[in-house]
Design a protein around this ligand. Structure first.
Ligand SMILES: [Zn+2]
Length: 252
């Protein structure tokens, strides 16, 4: 059996996790085509090519990019896919401005004290920078991601409304498979602090922490058994427990 390239792993049948610098995106291969869930960072392009080659595909074979939200470390190479390979991106309308300007985001706390207060986050922030985090281009996306309405893309994920981290954040649920892409609504690594385990991302990158904590229940309501976050390792098991842990951890 071929060994998975570094930074690419199979996390469920037909789901490849691409990970670098604490950032994840996911290639979802279905009988009806290929969907990319989030688009990482520009420096993860090679991982995308590696993952595609494992399924015998090329970038232009991707049918759609669906974005959990419009932050730079999720918009990543979506403009490259759109411009060079005619792959459309989709996002919730409340993140319309953000996806065009992925650095102009609301956040509850100033970013600058975090590296001093939480030195555990420094390696991740440095690695993200090395992966092109400062050079993400905004993109044009279709604003047709609507809560609970299955998307007309391969795999037909169902958007799960989970605002707070950004104003238009949605998770993506595969109900038949018990898989939930949680984006940054529920992560297992906070790149701003380096802390691991189920949690909400630090206020340095979260628009409204109180709303983000309220959104956790909506994720748990899916009763998914595998949560695939925007940062950190997959979480397998009872999502209610993950939510309890996240509430207990609080927001840095
Ligand atoms: Zn984010």
């Amino acid at each position: 059996m071929a060994r998975d390239p570094q930074g690419v792993s199979v996390v469920a049948e037909g789901v490849h996790r691409l990970h670098r610098a604490g950032v994840n995106c996911y290639l979802l291969t279905s009988p009806d085509g290929i969907t990319l869930v989030d688009a990482g960072l520009p420096g993860m392009w090679r991982l995308l090519e590696d993952a595609l080659s494992l399924v015998g595909a090329r970038p232009s074979d991707i049918d759609a990019v669906i974005l959990t939200h419009g932050h730079f470390d999720h918009v990543g190479f979506s403009e490259r896919l759109r411009h060079d390979h005619a792959v459309p991106a989709h996002i919730h309308a409340a993140d319309a401005a953000l996806v065009r300007h992925p650095y102009r985001y609301d956040h509850e706390s100033p970013r600058w004290p975090y590296p001093f207060r939480h030195p555990g986050g420094l390696p991740y922030l440095a690695a993200m920078t090395a992966a092109g985090a400062l050079f993400v281009k905004g993109t044009r996306a279709e604003l047709d991601v609507a809560p609970d309405r299955p998307l007309d893309v391969p795999g037909h994920p169902v958007p799960i409304w989970s605002p707070g981290h950004t104003h238009g954040h949605c998770g993506f649920h595969l109900p038949d498979r018990g898989i939930l892409f949680t984006g940054d609504a529920l992560v297992t690594l906070d790149p701003y602090t380096g802390r691991t385990g189920p949690r909400v991302v630090a206020r340095a990158a979260t628009a409204d922490a109180a709303t983000a904590l309220l959104s956790l229940d909506r994720l748990a309501d899916t009763e998914a058994l595998l949560a695939l976050p925007g940062h950190g390792r997959p979480y397998e098991g009872d999502l209610r427990r993950a939510v309890r842990l996240a509430l207990h951890a609080g927001v840095a």
